[in-house]
Design a protein around this ligand. Sequence first.
Ligand SMILES: [Zn+2]
Length: 159
Amino acid sequence: MGDQPKPLAIGKHDPLLRTYHLLEHLRRDSGLFRRNEDAILAATNLVVFVFTMTGIVYATQHDHNPAIQTPVDALYFTVTSLTTTGYGDITLPGSSGRLLSVFVMICGVTLFFRLAQVVFRPYKVRFPCDACGLQRHEPDAVHCKACGNLLNIPDEGAD
Ligand SMILES: [Zn+2]
């Protein structure tokens, strides 16, 4: 047992692993983050997607598409597409433009509704049940809803 290689040593500087550690720290140290984790992650995903797609739309369109003159035009196209608004005053011509539009619509709408879903669903705390592993419980739950196991959800008693 003692001289087994440590599997984590190789990936210590792996950015994915660092993100994971960052999440662990935020979860432990910030009550605000713990209470809104899903919404914060969903919003982060959406913001990263919007700015990535704005960059791609601008880079691939601005030299031949008269409707996309500035990065703001690309941002406007991305946001109107992913909110399903789609005014239609800016379109991306050609097969590659249409494929890009389809990608923005499918991924963007998914991320957008994911954010709406976590913002509007009833608030629950994240606390894995020892017995069945159910993750989300009512904030004042004493017993697990799925298996009846006694829970011990930490409560700061602040509100
Ligand atoms: Zn349970």
